[in-house]
Ligand binder design. Structure first.
Ligand SMILES: Cc1ncc(C[n+]2csc(CCOP(=O)(O)OP(=O)(O)O)c2C)c(N)n1
Ligand SMILES: [Mg+2]
Length: 721
């Protein structure tokens, strides 16, 4: 069993027990089991330079920080997936229960298969208050509350009262009853093989907030009221009355009966704790790297798209990822889960259904046969709650397993905060908690991208999640923009093998041109950035190769427009030397020393030259590129195009034109910025402007782009190496 403490500032609920059972002193020997160690243990709590009041990664036995409220239940459920013998006891704050993420997470019980998964025992701590308010669930009738949880599919057990000794007994009895009920449900499913959704037990624990603390302070009610939140009584340095009341309060727990002269817990109490790995702080599920097994990975090269020439074949980029994951899930039947809100098929990952369906413990209708892909033992997870999905996956990873979360790019923002919190967790583990073993990276696929929302429009266009990712510690975040399917395979293979990162992969699901045969894709992705010689004409064969302009791209759709612009430039200006650079690993752009992947200035200048104009076509918001490369030489030569909130129901080219990432505007950018073109290229510029007018008129007349745009292919006839 592991414990998840949901309520705000819930760390003492874990720190106390793990110290008393001895784990804390084993891991942190200076917090020894005596008066001196105990004093150090107390002093560090919520103290500058030490540990927080939340269940931070430094706390043994924790997979849930809890500082940001709302994720306790989804984390608890994620931990028990494919963990048949694990029970997670999860205390939920009644304030926390008002959050959106927590409210939706109760439905996790519709995804738990009692034969294959473990169980969660949620305990709603109905202490009545938050920081400065009553809680909603504490101020509705017993009947309403009971119906609410019955409606969620649980059997609620109520434990209510104020007398500590009576409550301990009652709670122990109900806990035992619930655990026996869980075991009975599991035995029934595992022996009979009949898998139906059971009514899992849960507990409503109604106790006073600030229970056993000071009843009143300065004539104001504190115990059983919101004033007891976090710091029930302040002024310890300058209010002798408060200090003496604190002493009385602490002595009310009769420490002299619990600890010996040395300050060590007396043996008969210590003996109450379980031993070895059954202790709260040593359960390996809460340090999942101990249990993690590397995935058995098929060779991603076997899924390669074959091509004779660069940029002439089309394929749905994400489809190959579905094929790769199909075989990963076949070969790793117990430790890989695929999660997404409602779009596994829409994101073209549906080949996974050949080996495993979507788990669904709610009703299944006959008409679901042949298409809905539901089953009791599926290992794909779809629920229209990004919060619940990400919570499940985070805990699944922290307990030693693997997976991928895919979502619409624009709606990844729904879980911005969860990304932040998980990144902070990984950051602390990496830098400050050496005893935590490495866990699988959180792999996030953003698909249904900003540039292909032909019928969804403006609301579905938002590449800002990428900006968010760049704010986090460079040691824990990675951003990949594979331009085609073979690059996606290479990137995905790398991400599935990696540990301790959040890898965000941006890849569209629609048909796209395929640029690199597998060997070239592997080399390109390994470098993370590189020149595409076949699209460039600055390689004279006799150094120095001096381009007039660098066409750079990052992202599948901007790459195609940039290539099309390059083709126009080469046809219109045969003397113009164009170098084409593609970026897969966005952090290559950052200066060395600021990100582990950052290029040295030597390498950056050799790719981009120290002083020639760069026309950078980017998938996301253009200013992000300026932020990342602000230390590179001659900023004024770097001209970035990207999404600038010019969207509607648009054809792909129309959207590109409105945001000026299209081929024609890119050609105009080059004419404007390469000194030897300018007015000397006025006729070409005029033709580009006419083309823009013509293409927009065609889109508005026919509702689609011209065939020459839709079926554009790279014009270079050199075969791939
Ligand atoms: C998402 C989020 N919003 C606001 C806060 C600030 N906050 C910290 S504790 C708390 C009250 C929590 O009440 P409850 O869940 O009932 O826990 P209790 O302290 O009563 O056990 C709030 C609002 C937070 N930590 N996270
Ligand atoms: Mg509360």
């Amino acid at each position: 069993m592991i414990f998840v403490a949901g309520p705000g500032h819930g760390a003492p609920g874990v720190l106390g027990p793990v110290y008393l059972e001895g784990t804390y002193s084993e891991i942190y020997p200076d917090k020894s089991e005596d008066a001196e160690g105990m004093q150090r243990f107390f002093k560090q709590f919520s103290f500058p330079g030490y540990i927080g009041s939340h269940v931070t990664p430094e706390t043994p036995g924790s997979v849930h920080e809890g500082g940001e409220l709302g994720y306790s239940v989804s984390h608890a459920y994620g931990a028990v997936l494919d963990n048949p013998d694990l029970i997670v006891t999860c205390v939920v704050g009644d304030g926390e229960a008002e959050t959106g993420p927590l409210a939706t997470a109760w439905h996790s019980n519709k995804f738990i298969n009692p034969a294959r998964d473990g169980a969660v025992l949620p305990i709603l701590n109905l202490n009545g208050y938050k920081i400065a308010n009553p809680t909603i669930l504490a101020r509705i009738s017993h009947e309403e509350l009971e119906y609410l949880f019955r409606g969620y599919g649980y059997t609620p057990y109520f434990v209510e009262g104020k007398d500590p000794m009576e409550m301990h007994q009652r709670m122990a009895t109900i806990m035992e009853e619930c655990v026996l009920k869980i075991k009975e449900i599991q035995r029934e499913a595992r022996v009979s093989g009949k898998i139906e959704r059971p009514r899992w037990p849960m507990i409503v624990l109604r106790t006073p907030k600030g229970w056993t603390g000071p009843a009143e302070v300065d004539g104001k009610k504190v115990e059983d009221f919101w004033r007891s939140h976090q710091v029930p009584m302040g002024g310890m340095h300058d209010n002798p009355d408060h200090l003496s009341r604190l002493g009385d309060w602490m002595r009310s727990y009769k420490p002299e009966e619990l600890f010996d002269q040395n300050g060590t817990l007396i043996p008969e109490l210590k003996a109450l704790a379980p031993v070895g790995n059954r202790r709260m702080g040593t359960n390996p599920h809460a340090n999942g790297g101990l249990l993690r097994k590397a995935l058995k990975m098929p060779d991603f090269r076997d899924y390669a798209i074959q091509m004779e020439q660069h940029g002439t074949e089309e394929f749905q980029n994400t489809k190959v990822l579905g094929l790769l994951m199909r075989d990963i899930m076949r070969d790793n039947p117990n430790n890989f889960r695929l999660m997404g809100p409602d779009e596994t098929a829409s994101n073209r990952l549906q080949d996974v259904y050949q080996v495993t369906k979507k788990v669904w413990m709610a009703d299944i209708y006959p008409e679901d046969e042949g298409g809905t892909e539901l089953s009791r033992d599926g290992r794909v997870m779809e629920m229209l709650s990004e919060h619940t999905l990400q919570g499940w996956l985070e805990a699944y990873l922290l307990t030693g397993r693997h997976g991928l979360f895919h979502t619409y790019e624009a709606f990844a923002h729904v879980v911005d905060s969860m990304f932040n919190q998980h990144a902070k967790w990984l950051d602390i583990c990496r830098h400050h908690v050496p005893w935590r073993r490495s866990v699988s990276s959180l792999n996030i696929l953003l698909s249904s991208l900003v540039w292909r929302q032909d019928h969804n429009g403006f609301s579905h266009q938002d590449p800002g999640y990428i900006d968010l990712v760049t704010n986090k510690n460079p040691d824990v975040v990675r951003l990949y923009f594979p331009p085609d399917a073979n690059c996606l395979l290479s990137v995905a293979d790398h991400c599935f093998r990696s540990v301790d990162y959040i890898n965000v992969i941006i890849s569209d699901k629609q048909n796209h041109l395929q640029y690199l045969p597998m060997d070239e894709a592997v080399a390109h992705c390994t470098k993370g950035i590189g020149i595409w010689g076949w699209a460039s004409n600055d390689d004279c064969g006799v150094e120095p190769d001096e381009p007039d302009v660098i066409m750079a791209s990052c992202g599948d759709i901007p790459t195609m427009e940039s290539l099309a612009a390059t083709a126009i430039l080469r046809a219109e200006f045969p003397e113009l030397k164009v170098r084409f650079v593609n970026v897969v690993d966005l952090f290559k752009l950052v200066s060395e020393g600021e990100h582990p992947h950052g290029l040295s200035d030597w390498d950056f200048n050799s790719l981009f030259t120290p002083d020639k104009p760069i026309i950078f076509n980017f998938h996301g918001y253009p200013w992000l590129i300026h932020k990342l490369i602000y230390r590179r030489s001659k900023q004024e030569r770097i001209h970035v195009r990207g999404y600038k909130e010019e969207g509607n129901i648009n054809t792909p080219l129309e959207l590109a034109i409105n945001n000026q990432v299209d081929r024609f505007n890119l050609v105009i950018d080059v004419i404007n910025r390469v000194p030897k073109l300018g007015s000397a290229a006025a006729h070409v510029k005029e033709r580009m402007k006419n083309k823009i007018i013509e293409c927009l008129a065609y889109a508005h007349e026919h509702g689609r782009d011209q065939d020459e745009i839709v079926h554009w292919k790279c014009p270079y006839t050199d075969p791939c190496d």
